[in-house]
Design a protein around this ligand. Structure first.
Ligand SMILES: [Zn+2]
Ligand SMILES: [Zn+2]
Length: 64
């Protein structure tokens, strides 16, 4: 099953994906720092030391 990235709309394929904490869409998020496209970032959730992924679309909204 093919999955499209919600940020760049390209097929994610075998690249590592993450699910956005806010919109629930999948996007490119390699866990290792590579030259692969990265359409979001990891953010920490307060004091729980939990991490969540957030896509670039939602990042823009939270920054404005
Ligand atoms: Zn992407
Ligand atoms: Zn999102």
């Amino acid at each position: 099953m093919e999955i499209s990235c919600s940020v760049c709309t390209e097929n994610i394929g075998t690249l590592q994906t993450a699910t956005c904490h806010y919109c629930g869409n999948k996007f490119h998020q390699p866990k290792v720092d590579t030259s692969h496209v990265n359409c979001g970032r990891v953010m920490s959730l307060g004091e729980m030391l939990a991490i969540a992924y957030i896509c670039h679309s939602c990042l823009k909204e939270t920054e404005e």
